[in-house]
Ligand binder design. Structure first.
Ligand SMILES: O=C(O)c1ccccc1NCC(=O)[C@H](O)[C@H](O)COP(=O)(O)O
Length: 214
């Protein structure tokens, strides 16, 4: 079996970045969303991306960004992937793909099995990221620690590669991989000691558990 993909999302300091890469994460998420406790400023993000260069791919996470904001970030920060985590329509995602010329990952919130069908509308994206759907009116559309009902995804197959996210942590990621067959996992709050504060030991334990199960 191919090595499992691991993204540690919401990195905002160099020590956590080194911890994630050292533990074997291949993707690092930088959150560009002012309301998030994991939000990074442009200079901070540029320095982190530079520090990660050649060791891990950088995923820039955005929520309904306009073209100006994407352009501003891209001028200063090296991104390998754009993750769209808002209510972006298929047409808007296609526009971003065409304008930015980078692989785009679209996040889809899942609460019931019909939610998985939305993935079909996003042909052309590099990956779909299935995350737990937050309640209406929630402050954040992701990074909430809410979990998908994994039984909805048992044996799930899709022509577009997909990532499992939402409420994963070092103790449950192995079971999540076994239950869903995911070959790529994403975590944020499950490897933190407080909102926005990554914990190196939890990051290492998460990566070890994911690899053991994958
Ligand atoms: O992490 C955030 O603060 C965030 C804010 C706004 C949109 C998305 C956000 N995170 C998205 C991620 O990729 C998370 O890793 C994913 O939702 C899983 O989060 P968690 O349940 O905390 O592991």
């Amino acid at each position: 079996m191919a090595r499992i993909g691991i993204k540690i999302c919401g990195i905002s300091d160099r020590a956590s970045l080194d911890a994630a890469i050292g533990a074997g994460a291949d993707h690092i998420g930088l959150v560009f969303f002012a309301k998030s406790p994991r939000n990074v400023g442009i200079e901070q993000a540029a320095a982190l991306a530079h520090h990660a260069a050649g060791r891990a791919k950088i995923v820039g996470l955005f929520v309904d960004p306009d073209g100006d904001f994407l352009g501003q970030i891209r001028q200063s920060v090296h991104l390998d992937v754009i993750q769209l985590h808002g209510k972006e329509s298929p047409a808007r995602v296609a526009q971003v793909m065409a304008a930015q010329g980078l692989p785009v990952w679209k996040a889809i919130g899942v609460r019931k099995s019909a939610d998985l069908d939305a993935a079909r509308d996003y042909q052309g994206v590099a990956r779909i990221l299935f995350d737990a759907k937050p309640p209406e009116g929630a402050d954040l559309p992701g990074g909430t620690g809410l979990r998908i009902d994994w039984s909805l995804m048992a044996g799930y197959r899709h022509s577009i590669p997909w990532i499992l996210a939402g409420g994963l942590d070092p103790r449950n990621v192995g079971e999540a991989i076994q239950a869903t067959g995911a070959d790529f996992v994403d975590v944020s709050s499950g490897v933190e000691s407080a909102p926005g504060v990554k914990d190196a030991a939890r990051i290492a334990a998460f990566c070890e558990a994911a690899r053991a199960a994958g």
